[in-house]
Design a binder for this molecule. Structure first.
Ligand code: DON
Length: 569
């Protein structure tokens, strides 16, 4: 079915309709009581089965977390980390930070040679790129604090999927093909994902017996089996053999953190999101700036809307890259960055219809900062408890390395730190001293799992992968619903754009702008770049649940990720 996703009338000297786009977005899945949306259908089935059998949203989130580690190995993981926002129907929302941490031996110059230059690839595809994984500790803590089912019961579906396998679809194998060259370098990965020298194809059953054994160990021994037991030991031993720096103490030290989410308000909507080291502060700063502009009146992707949204992104990312880091290590001027006065001062610096050169945007708060593998899932249970999880190995399949006898990939999250002054990371982010490497520190992340409510009622459960574009993706899902009233499917699926201060350009997805809009943007001083800031075509899939005013749950599996599924009842 064709639907109009936006009509905008532009008043820019002349007046004419710029965008009238009809897009064949699939309808959302509608349900009354429960909803699970993930990037992989088998994992969605697992979460839905938990909810149907009486588990709550956290039970389902834990089961999905383990299942995705089996069925979506590019992104779902045991060897990475992430964030969870949990909003119980009654009680206080919580933020669970199970981000990886830098090993004890890591220092700011870990990836530099004697001349102080970055050793190419060392922060991404070497054993030194691995942060101490947080996923197993995080999922276990969530289960103990807020879940109701036993560990063994929640891990059982993942074990079954690993042992008996599942049949690969085109969506599943897309990433094996894209990353075949890298996966081929690890003999353990080759054993699992290759047959006769080629990556497994569509219709083949993917079995992962080694991973099944690892999951069985975790089911029996919990997080201890991972951090104090044979799994951690296998990783440390492999790291040592290959020139890595992980130690047993790093694993014994690892702790997830439970804290308050960050909150901000946007046009009557309460946004509950990930505080640093997550991306919520940047999301809230953009929303605070955009409050001052009637975006709905300007129209979806009209030149004026794109201009003001882009400028909000530019200023907020300048602050992100300068001031933000792990709150346990750096003092951040969050209160001032998220104050009304600061948002107003930025609006004063934004010209009505002229790009601000990024070189002229120095972060606005004078203060000494001292003083391509992620997945999102969203769940609502029959009681109205909601969970949003984003977790990751960083780039697809992380380092691409597995320790022997473990069956899962290890992350390369260390590249999210400032690896060398002035040097862009894998997502073209140039970051500052606040995000320098230090032992036990968490690298700054763009991951922004978010839950929004209106009048105390659930409205949006969302988040996304996509590196530096994650936070602007979450922003656009919110704007598309709140300002442009696009409806659930179009809010998620409509083409997006992005700006991150440096590089000084608007990155956009195909179809995001009409030719006229692009022309007017160029004439206003913008450089336009098709694709992500780091040159890939990849844009994150925002697996999302929307609650309609009449209480329907609408689950949207992002069209960008056809392997996913929304399921509810
Ligand atoms: O935490 C971050 O910001 C990144 N490690 C996320 C990486 C990511 O989203 C890759 N996905 N495509």
């Amino acid at each position: 079915m064709l639907r109009f996703v936006g009509i905008s009338i532009l008043t820019f000297g002349l007046s004419f309709p710029t965008i009238v786009r009809a897009a064949p977005y699939p309808q959302p899945v509608r349900a009354r009581h429960t909803m699970v949306v993930t990037a992989e259908r088998e994992a969605t089935h697992v979460g839905f089965a938990v909810l149907r059998a009486g588990g709550n949203a956290v039970d389902a989130a834990v089961a999905v977390g383990y299942a995705l580690a089996v069925t979506d190995p590019c992104c779902g993981n045991l060897g990475g980390g992430g964030f969870m926002i949990y909003r119980p129907a009654h009680g206080t929302a919580r933020f669970l930070d199970f981000r990886e941490v830098a090993p004890r031996a890591a220092r700011a110059d870990l990836y530099l040679n004697r001349q102080g230059q970055l050793i190419p690839g060392s922060s991404l595809y070497s054993w030194k790129a691995i942060g101490v994984p947080g996923t197993v500790a995080g999922l276990e803590l969530a289960r103990r604090l807020w879940g109701t089912w036993s560990r063994a019961r929640l891990i059982a579906p993942a074990i079954r999927l690993a042992q008996s396998g599942f049949v690969l679809t085109p969506g599943d194998v897309r990433l094996f093909d894209d990353d075949a060259g890298r996966l081929a370098q690890d003999p353990h990965a080759v054993r699992v994902f290759f047959s006769h020298g080629h990556p497994l194809g569509v219709g083949v059953r993917l079995r992962q017996p080694t991973l099944a054994k690892t999951l069985e160990r975790i089911a029996r021994g919990g997080a201890r089996a991972f951090y104090a037991g044979s799994i951690g030991r296998a990783i440390v031993a492999a790291s040592r053999r290959h020139g890595g720096i992980l130690t047993r103490a790093d694993f014994l030290d690892y702790r997830p953190v439970v804290t308050h989410p960050l909150r901000c308000r946007y046009r009557g909507v309460d946004v509950i999101t990930a505080p640093p080291p997550g991306g919520g502060a940047t999301l809230c700063e953009m929303l605070d700036i955009l409050k001052g502009y009637p975006l709905g009146r300007y129209g979806f992707h009209s030149v004026r809307s794109v201009h003001f949204i882009t400028e909000a992104m530019r200023f907020a990312y300048a602050d992100r890259n300068t001031f933000l880091g792990d709150p346990a290590y750096v003092h951040m001027p969050l209160r001032r960055l998220l104050s009304r006065a600061y948002a107003r001062s930025i609006r004063h610096r934004i010209a009505p219809m002229r790009a601000t050169p990024s070189s002229e945007v120095r972060p606005g708060v004078s203060l000494n900062p001292e003083g391509h593998d992620t997945t999102q899932y969203s769940i609502v249970d029959r009681w109205g408890n909601a969970v949003s999880v984003t977790y990751t190995l960083n780039t697809f399949f992380g380092t691409g390395f597995m320790a022997p006898h473990t069956g899962f990939f290890l992350n390369n999250e260390m590249d999210d730190f400032t690896t060398a002054p002035g040097h862009p990371n894998a997502y073209a982010l140039v970051q500052g001293a606040a995000n320098d490497i230090a032992p036990g520190k968490r690298p700054l992340s763009s991951m922004t799992p978010t839950i929004a409510t209106r009048g105390g009622h659930l409205l949006i459960i969302t988040g996304s992968p996509g590196g530096s574009t994650i936070t602007t993706t979450v922003l656009q899902v919110i704007l598309n619903l709140v300002d442009y009233h696009l409806g659930a499917a179009a809010a998620v699926d409509a083409p997006r754009f992005h700006m991150q201060w440096e590089p000084d350009q608007i990155d956009y997805e195909p179809g995001a702008f009409s030719a006229q809009t692009m022309d007017l943007l160029r004439r206003s001083g913008y450089r336009l770049h098709a694709g992500s800031p780091w040159g890939s075509r990849y844009w994150g899939d925002a697996e999302t649940v929307i609650v309609t005013p009449s209480g329907w749950l609408e689950g949207v599996n992002d069209v960008r990720y056809p392997a996913g599924l929304a399921q509810g009842n």
